[in-house]
Ligand binder design. Sequence first.
Ligand SMILES: Cc1cc2nc3c(=O)[nH]c(=O)nc-3n(C[C@H](O)[C@H](O)[C@H](O)COP(=O)(O)O)c2cc1C
Length: 326
Amino acid sequence: MDLKNKVILAPMAGATDAPMRRLCFSLGADMAVTEMVSAKAICYKDEKTGVLSSITGGEGDVELQLFGHEPDVVAYAAEAAVTGNISGARFDHPPCAIDINMGCPVRKIVTSGDGCALMRDPGLAADIVRKTASVLSEYGVPLTVKIRSGWDKNSINAPYFAAKMAEAGAAAVTVHARTRDQMYAPSADLSVIRAVKDELKDFPVIGNGDIKSAEDAVRMMDVTGCDSVMIGREALGNVWIFSEIRALLRGEKYASPDVKTRIDTALSLIRDIISEKGEFVGVREARGRAAHFIKGMRGAPQVRDRINHAETYEDIETILYEGLCD
Ligand SMILES: Cc1cc2nc3c(=O)[nH]c(=O)nc-3n(C[C@H](O)[C@H](O)[C@H](O)COP(=O)(O)O)c2cc1C
């Protein structure tokens, strides 16, 4: 994979659906990852999982992220994804790669042996990668792996673990530089990404964790030597971060958007969500999405409360313009 200086939208369950990815691509993201999808649910032909896997028009390079811990099941789901055979899914573009989630810290996931639990079993994780990469190689589709620093502070094994994944056939690794125990705080430890890059040399490493500005992204690249960066939470309300990072990397000027542009952009995302998911679901999802876009604006808390009671797209539009654009 060409992963030099790429700026990537992180996988985020409940957030990085096709409308969000489309918006981020339009603002400069080079690649995006779907929400995590259960490999087992794909095998069971669960239609709702199919909808989560969909990659629809106007997107760029999208990786489909799977979670699971059984090599045959993950390999089956990966093949179904690249051949467009997932029940309930629509693929206007095939995924550019498959990613395996080995970093999710959520209790329900790790107690099933999925997500970050795999970092405690490098042998099984390598089997999953070997089997899946071998199936995908028949289609010329690469496999990547997303990991954390390790399980806890006493078992930081990202450099060793990443090397095992590379040896088993992964094409790149993303490192979220926190342990499973840390969940989302304290701040990411860039020295772990540096150690993975030192271990893997020319193998592509994507750095992730706490990038909140273009300067943070460039600093992560400088300090760790990572090839590309992945942005998660900051992008939820600041979708312009992709343009901002690109501008800094190219030495170009960047002007941050004004309040009206922020609101117009949030509304265009909400319209896209409603057109994909229908008004009932779309409006309910829009409440949380809009809150990210207006964070920090004068009047935002009152507007957020009112939006939580909105029933239609028109309600949301009126509340946002009335409450924030005076
Ligand atoms: C709401 C939310 C959902 C997430 N869902 C996923 C997921 O489905 N798969 C995954 O690998 N990571 C997931 N993550 C982790 C992010 O991809 C990313 O690694 C993490 O947020 C750190 O990056 P950041 O500091 O830029 O947010 C999620 C994070 C958040 C906040």
